[in-house]
Design a protein around this ligand. Structure first.
Ligand SMILES: Cc1cc2nc3c(=O)[nH]c(=O)nc-3n(C[C@H](O)[C@H](O)[C@H](O)COP(=O)(O)OP(=O)(O)OC[C@H]3O[C@@H](n4cnc5c(N)ncnc54)[C@H](O)[C@@H]3O)c2cc1C
Length: 384
């Protein structure tokens, strides 16, 4: 497909945010939308490398509300878009092994319950009873929600992009944005490796690269790329079908069923910001040792695959929605390692913002870019 020379909206990035926004803008009747993705395929950035987790369990009201809107959209995905996305409600079990986390977990459960989310608080003993394959002698408390689960990110991307294309969105791969032309503080054009597109409106949905795109337009966006990695194991028949998504919170160590085996990941707290997506073998060993410590049967397991991806981290671990100091330059990025699950509602919210100038599904106006300068940060605690 030749790159169009003009567009009403150019969406930069073909991850979950970009494709969801493209779908929702087109569904609302917007014409002449062009989406540009630098890679050969859509969804190969953070979205295609994520753990696929979808949860209601957050520590801030706005994140819980984003889940309340977004997870049912994932549940209805096949009905609405025609694409199965394999939402498996295995539940998330977050385990606290220190008093500070346990106290915050209690507050989180109260907050979630007050918003109608049925998360349960578990005692240390209840955690141990639910996880007989794991060693959690130090568990003080846990939180469990059966409605949390796992979804296939690639199917979500494929569903949105093909539905958007059917409604006339032009979506291009191998089209890397190299520059943004701005005239008198207003967007004028997007320069790509395939040509220039004249436009008055850009949506920056470039995930971990959103800061780079911002710089091209003269917009400071505090999103830092941080590498995260995980691996999968061979089939483990001891792990029951209903094994939940377990998070050893203090270690940022997690386990969930992937096929007949497990997917295991751990966040390296010492990881330096950067765009490197190769595996850190040394840290993988640290992860493996920590995992064996919690689940001794893993000593017999072998690794089937492993990969790394980038979190798109903001100073308060909340996303950035809305406009900027440059007219026509909007942002939907910075979901800080838990954005896949919020992709459906995020795209819908951006379509509302870009068409109506306000959000109607959920007020996310407090998550604007200006909050960083104005000191209106809202810290999320449940970051893995
Ligand atoms: C290891 C890991 C595990 C995770 N686990 C979970 C989880 O369990 N649950 C969850 O909800 N979230 C999880 N996340 C976070 C989630 O993946 C992200 O929040 C979400 O996918 C962000 O989507 P996005 O569309 O903003 O970014 P991306 O998916 O990265 O999309 C941005 C796109 O922009 C493109 N792009 C960048 N620069 C340019 C340019 N110059 N020109 C054109 N295109 C460009 C990129 O190639 C990319 O495809 C995880 C992330 C990682 C890395």
């Amino acid at each position: 497909m030749n790159i169009p020379t003009r567009a009403d909206i150019v969406i930069i990035g073909g991850g979950v945010m970009g494709v969801s926004a493209a779908y929702h803008l087109a569904k609302r009747g917007m014409k002449n939308i062009v989406l540009v993705e630098k890679e050969e395929f859509f969804g190969t950035g953070a979205t295609g490398r994520c753990a696929g987790g979808a949860r209601y369990q957050f520590s801030t009201e706005i994140n819980v509300k984003l889940s309340i809107e977004s997870l049912p959209m994932i549940e209805r995905f096949k009905e609405e878009i025609g694409q199965a996305v394999n939402y498996r409600k295995c539940g998330y079990l977050l385990v606290a092994t220190n008093e500070k986390d346990a106290t915050i977990f209690r507050h989180n459960v109260e907050l979630q319950n007050s918003l109608g989310v049925q998360t349960k608080l578990l005692s240390g003993n209840e955690v141990r009873e639910r996880l007989p394959l794991m060693k959690f002698e130090d568990a003080i408390a846990g939180t469990f929600n059966q409605e949390d689960g796992i979804v296939d990110p690639n199917s979500v991307v494929a569903g949105y992009i093909s539905a958007a294309q059917k409604m006339g969105v032009k979506a291009l791969t191998r089209a890397q944005v190299t520059g943004i032309r701005v005239c008198e503080e207003e967007v004028e054009a997007v320069e790509t490796t395939q040509g220039t597109i004249q436009t008055r409106t850009i949506l920056n949905a470039a995930g971990p690269w959103a800061g780079q795109i911002g710089e091209m337009a003269g917009v400071q966006i505090p999103i830092i790329p941080i590498r995260r990695q995980m691996f999968t194991t061979n089939s483990l028949k001891e792990v029951p079908e209903d094994f939940p998504f377990v998070i050893d919170f203090a270690q940022s160590l997690y386990f969930h069923r992937e096929g007949d085996g497990l997917l295991i990941g751990m966040s390296n707290r010492n990881e330096k910001p950067g765009f490197d997506q190769t595996i850190d073998e040394e840290f993988e060993f640290v992860n493996l040792e920590a995992a064996i410590e919690r689940m001794p049967l893993l000593e017999q397991a072998s690794r089937v695959s492993h990969w790394a991806g980038l979190y798109e981290v903001t100073p308060d671990a909340h996303p950035i929605f809305g406009g900027s100091n440059i007219k026509g330059f909007a942002i939907c990025a910075g979901f800080s390692g838990h954005g896949f699950m919020h992709g459906p509602v995020a795209g819908k919210l951006m379509s509302e913002y870009m068409i109506d100038g306000k959000y109607s599904t959920l007020d996310v106006s407090m998550l604007d870019l200006a909050r960083f300068e104005e000191g209106r940060l809202i810290k999320e605690y449940n970051v893995v």
